[in-house]
Write a protein that binds this ligand. Structure first.
Ligand SMILES: C[S@@+](CC[C@H](N)C(=O)[O-])C[C@H]1O[C@@H](n2cnc3c(N)ncnc32)[C@H](O)[C@@H]1O
Length: 209
């Protein structure tokens, strides 16, 4: 059955960091159950794109907007052992912690500078966390900063809103500079196989040179 999900409408209508935090605090306990029932495949497709570029093992991966840890868990199954997760919602992070696949997890608003050293990660992943009302386009600058040269920033956007969110312009600006190269952008696909038929996702892979 093709469903619309009220929770998803709610999070995409959140305005400001406090509102988005509260939306996810209240969704956290039902997030996995609802999303998995709706055929949420964005985390595993995102992990697959990551595996195309980052060798498995101890490469340091920052999972930005890690939520309940669906991406981290997929990466761990694929053989990644050094994953840091950050998210604005403590309740989402608590679920991610239960999975025991992240080396470190902490609360962080991606609208602020990430408290990590320059060039300290081999890759940053960010899936499902750059939609309307979520992390701002400027956080891509931070993803690039914390990624070492030769590393990758891998994320998805919503094709229907990413221009108005300023993400398209931000990506163009980054790849027109000397230190970022676009290595791949996926075709548009449905993040939910069994719900939200109008919702799309597009994955970008940027390399820090
Ligand atoms: C749709 S969920 C995706 C979670 C996970 N990546 C996945 O694929 O299941 C979006 C996540 O982004 C987080 N988020 C939204 N705005 C954020 C912000 N400004 N800073 C950090 N995390 C944010 C939410 O708390 C939520 O966990």
């Amino acid at each position: 059955m093709i469903k619309k999900t009220d929770q998803l409408d709610q999070v995409y209508n959140a305005e400001g960091a406090q509102a988005i935090r509260e939306s996810y605090e209240s969704w956290a306990s039902g997030y996995d159950e609802e999303n998995i029932a709706n055929g949420f495949r964005l985390p595993s497709i995102g992990a697959a794109f990551t595996a195309r570029y980052v060798p498995k093992g101890g490469k340091a991966i920052l999972d930005a907007g890690c939520g309940t840890g669906l991406v981290g868990e997929a990466l761990a199954i694929l053989g990644y052992t050094n994953i840091v997760g950050i998210d604005i919602s403590a309740a989402m992070i608590k679920h991610a912690g239960n999975l025991q696949v992240y080396n470190r997890l902490y609360e962080h608003d991606l609208g602020r500078p990430i408290p990590e050293e320059d060039n300290s990660f081999d890759a940053v992943t960010c899936f499902g966390s750059l939609g309307p009302g979520h992390a701002p386009a400027e956080c891509l600058d931070e993803f690039i900063r914390v990624t070492r040269p030769g590393g990758f920033v891998i994320f998805n956007v919503r094709p229907d809103t990413y221009e108005e969110q300023g993400l398209s312009k931000k990506i163009e600006g980054l790849v027109s500079g000397p230190t970022v190269r676009e290595v791949e952008r996926s075709s548009d696909f449905r993040p939910y196989l069994l719900a939200e038929p109008e919702l799309g996702a597009k994955i970008f892979v940027l390399e820090v040179t």
